[in-house]
Design a protein around this ligand. Structure first.
Ligand code: NAD
Length: 297
C-alpha cells in the first residue's frame, strides 16, 4: 500500500488524514501546529520534523493548506519541496487556491518529472469527517486514475473538471454560489425572526418550499436550529469567514481574467469583508447572520 505524506492538518486536513489512517495507509504528517500534529500522532501517523522530512519516502504527497501563497511557499522556491519528492510520486493539492497558481506549481512539478493534480474539495468539515467529500480534480487522466483509490477513502464523488487548474476554477464557481446562498439564507431567517417568526418553524417551511438550499438544509446559520453545525457551537470550527473571503477574491480574479460579470459574488465579497473587519474573520462563514442581525437593528 502506498505511503502518504500529508501536509496541513487543519479543520479539513485533520479528518481527511484520519480517514486515510483508518483505511490502512501509513502516513507521515507535517503541520505548523503542534496540537494538530499531536492529534494525528494519537491516531497512528508518524510525525515528521518538517515537510521535507515528511515527503522523503512518499509515494503520494497530499497538501491541504489555506491559500495560494502557502502552496507556492511549500512547493516552489529555494526551500521548496519539489526537489525532495521521490521520482514517480504523485502530488495532490487539495487546498482551494488560484487556478493560475495550481497551473504554475504543476508545471514546476512536471519539469521535475512529477505528476501533480489540483483536487480541491467540497462538503465541509462534516464531509471531511464522514469521508463523503466531493473532489473536483484538474490534471491528466492518468494522474487522476492513480489518485482515485486514495481520494475514494476520503470522499464519495470524484469529478474530473479538465486540465491543470480546472479543478480550482470549478471549485471557485461553487464556492461563490455557496457564499451568496449563505447570505441569502441568513437574510431570510433574520427577516423572519425580526418579524416574530420562530427560526425553526421558518427553516422547516423554507426547506419544503422554493427557497430550499444546502445552506438552509444542511448548514443552517441560525443558532440551535440544527445540531452539529457551527451556528450551534458559537460559530467555532467549520469554514472560516476569512477562507470564504479568500475564495470570493479568487472568484473576482477569475472574473477579471475571463471578463465575466459577478455582481452578486462581488457584493458577497464585500459583506464577508465587512464582517471580517468587525472581528469575525476566524468564525465560521455562517456567522454572516450576525452582521445582518446588527444591520437590521
Ligand atoms: P485551516 O486553517 O483549518 O487549516 C490549515 C492548516 O494548514 C493549519 O493547521 C495550518 O497550521 C497548516 N499550515 C499552514 N501553512 C503550513 C505549512 N507551510 N506547512 C504545514 N502546515 C501548514 O483550514 P481548513 O479549513 O482546513 O482549509 C484548508 C483548505 O481547504 C483551504 O484552502 C480552504 O479554503 C479549503 N476548504 C475548506 C473547507 C472547510 O469547510 N473548512 C471546505 C472546503 C475547502
Amino acid at each position: 500500500m502506498s505511503h502518504i505524506a500529508f501536509i496541513g492538518l487543519g479543520n479539513m486536513g485533520g479528518p481527511m488524514a484520519q480517514n486515510l489512517l483508518k483505511a490502512g495507509y501509513t502516513l507521515s504528517v507535517f503541520d505548523l501546529s503542534p496540537a494538530a500534529l499531536q492529534a494525528a500522532a494519537d491516531l497512528g501517523a508518524t510525525v515528521a520534523m518538517s515537510a521535507m522530512d515528511a515527503v522523503r519516502h512518499a509515494d503520494i504527497v497530499i497538501s491541504m493548506l489555506p491559500a495560494s501563497r502557502h502552496v507556492e511557499a511549500l512547493y516552489l522556491g529555494e526551500a521548496g519541496l519539489l526537489p525532495h519528492i521521490p521520482q514517480g510520486a504523485l502530488v495532490i493539492d487539495c487546498s482551494t487556491i488560484a487556478a493560475q497558481t495550481a497551473k504554475t506549481v504543476s508545471q514546476a512539478a512536471a519539469a521535475r518529472g512529477l505528476v501533480m493534480l489540483d483536487a480541491p474539495v467540497s462538503g465541509g468539515t462534516a464531509g471531511a469527517a464522514a469521508a463523503t467529500l466531493t473532489f473536483i480534480v484538474g490534471g491528466e487522466d492518468a494522474g487522476l486514475e492513480r489518485a482515485r483509490p486514495v481520494l475514494s477513502k476520503m470522499g464519495k464523488n470524484i469529478f474530473h473538471a479538465g486540465p491543470s487548474g480546472a479543478g480550482q476554477t470549478a471549485k471557485i464557481c461553487n464556492n461563490m454560489l455557496l457564499g451568496i446562498q449563505m447570505i441569502g439564507t441568513a437574510e431570510a431567517l433574520a427577516l423572519g425572526v425580526a418579524n416574530g417568526l420562530d427560526p425553526h418553524v421558518l427553516s422547516d417551511i423554507m426547506s419544503k418550499s422554493s427557497g430550499r438550499n444546502w445552506a438552509l438544509e444542511l448548514y443552517n446559520p441560525y443558532p440551535d436550529v440544527m445540531e452539529n453545525v457551527p451556528a450551534s457551537r458559537g460559530y467555532r470550527g467549520g469554514f472560516g469567514v476569512d477562507l470564504m473571503l479568500k475564495d470570493l477574491g479568487l472568484a473576482t480574479e477569475a472574473a477579471l481574467s475571463g471578463q465575466a460579470s459577478i455582481p452578486l459574488g462581488e457584493m458577497a465579497r464585500n459583506l464577508y469583508g465587512l464582517h471580517s473587519k468587525a472581528g469575525a474573520g476566524g468564525l465560521d462563514f455562517s456567522s454572516i447572520l450576525q452582521l445582518l442581525q446588527k444591520a437590521k437593528g
